[in-house]
Design a protein around this ligand. Structure first.
Ligand code: HEM
Length: 228
């Protein structure tokens, strides 16, 4: 069950990146991809509904508090994306769409880049679980030094690629709600677009995962800022 859930999560990531490729597939495909993505998100939250029940009961440590803030940011950005997508729809929700203002389209576009950042960070906060399930799925029962190193090299390569891709895709400009002038040429390189966005998500996930690991490994007295 958990394995299928993780598989659905990865399909959701692929759908999200495909939706970012608006000019590659056109409006109808973008709206259909987005609709399937939101259906998966609803399922994802139904599967994880128990977590919401724990929010008020468990006293949050900094790591948990951070996870909560990111989940709230995810929820907010996805809600904005959903509402704005209905307002500006030309195909799937055309019957209920309003002839929405330019500002709504701009909000839809720019919030997508913040949602991308939250997505990468959210994935990083759940990475231990993802790796455990992946390890089981591939039959990796025991730890293996060679495999651990191979994974490290892969993560490092993805992170470096992600750092360059952030620049290439003008992510910092778009996160400031500004238009980036360069447009991706899908005719010249379709795969490069996906590699870039997936490596950006990978970079953010890796940064989050390793920051949380480092934080957790700090001696308690440093974390609390007290000498013991
Ligand atoms: C493409 C989008 C998303 C991806 C790839 C993703 C990924 C994941 C993964 C891998 C897990 C742990 C395994 C699982 O239960 O499936 C998880 C847990 C969770 N996700 Fe997401 N997620 C996404 C979107 C969202 C959104 C939009 C929300 C909230 C509105 C959300 C809320 C949660 C919650 C509450 C949990 C449980 C947290 C916990 O147990 O600590 N996720 N997510």
């Amino acid at each position: 069950m958990l394995r299928s859930r993780i598989l659905l999560d990865f399909i959701a990531v692929l759908l999200f990146v495909s939706a970012m490729a608006y000019w590659a597939f056109g409006n109808l495909a973008h709206e259909v991809i987005g609709t399937v993505f939101f259906a998966l998100l609803i399922a994802h939250n139904v599967f994880n509904q128990r977590w919401y029940g724990t929010v008020r009961r468990v006293r949050p440590d900094p790591v948990r508090l951070f996870n909560m803030v990111i989940i709230a940011a995810m929820a907010l950005s996805m809600m904005i994306l959903l509402v704005t997508s209905i307002l500006i729809s030309k195909d799937v929700f055309a019957a209920v769409a309003l002839n929405a203002a330019f500002a709504v389209r701009a909000a839809h576009m720019f919030v997508a880049f913040w949602a991308l950042v939250f997505l990468g960070v959210h994935l990083g906060t759940r990475w231990t679980l993802v790796m455990t399930i992946a390890g089981r799925a591939f039959g990796f029962a025991k730890p293996n030094l060679l495999r651990a190193w191979a994974l490290w090299v892969m993560v490092a390569a993805v992170a470096v690629k992600g750092a360059f891709a952030m620049r290439e895709m003008g992510i910092f400009t778009r996160l400031r709600f500004q238009y980036a002038l360069d447009m991706w040429d899908f005719n010249a390189d379709m795969i490069g677009f996906f590699v870039n966005y997936l490596s950006i998500i990978g970079l953010l996930a890796a940064l989050t995962y390793y920051s949380q690991r480092i934080w957790r490994s700090l001696p308690r007295r440093i974390v609390r800022g007290k000498a013991q």
